[in-house]
Ligand binder design. Sequence first.
Ligand SMILES: *Cc1c(COP(=O)(O)O)cnc(C)c1O
Length: 229
Amino acid sequence: MIDIKTNIAEINAQIQRLIAEKSEPVTVVRLVAVSKKQPVSAILQAAAAGQRDFGENYLQEAVEKINEIDDKSLIWHFIGAIQSNKTAAIAENFQWVHTVDRLKIARRLSDQRPTRLEDLNVCLQVNIDADPAKAGVDPGQCRELALAVRELPRLRLRGLMTITAVDKTPAESERSFAAMRELFLSLQAELGESEFDTLSMGMSRDWPLALAQGATMLRIGSAIFGPRG
Ligand SMILES: *Cc1c(COP(=O)(O)O)cnc(C)c1O
């Protein structure tokens, strides 16, 4: 039996323990429960346990679940690959998008964000290892993209996001997270901490390493919900 409530409580307790052990000033760390391929019943259990932020990858599945749950206190994060013909539905249904890696997509999200909603929070997905097989903006192009995205009227550029490859050793993941932190801090120095405050990295397999390297948002799925259906 998967006990979602206990899993969330244990992860939150571990987050607090790891933050307390850090030498640096305490940052707020936000847990995004990744509910892709999980039923509505599982999301409702997590919400009943106090979880507010949820991450989804597949647009159609996500929109169906968002509409069925219809709970305005929940915050929905789009963390999947973005096809340009899907941007309108993303702009209409989510409060956060973590996977923006080109200006064309950012422009469409800004143009299509309904005026009745608050500005859409955006993180730029970074291909931190410049792996040709992976999505994300190359680190060397990140600043230019950030400056352009920041000018778009209906978006609020909040930070950076990365996904580490499954086959990495812990030492390799740690190096990638450290490189993300460097890039994040250099952009933050330029853009200002109050707006640019989010470093989204760390999943079930590697989140403690990400937290040690300064992650402010963890995206955790299977460690909360168990294997995906
Ligand atoms: C699926 C997914 C996660 C969560 O993965 P788990 O291994 O289940 O924790 C986090 N981020 C992204 C972008 C994902 O696609």
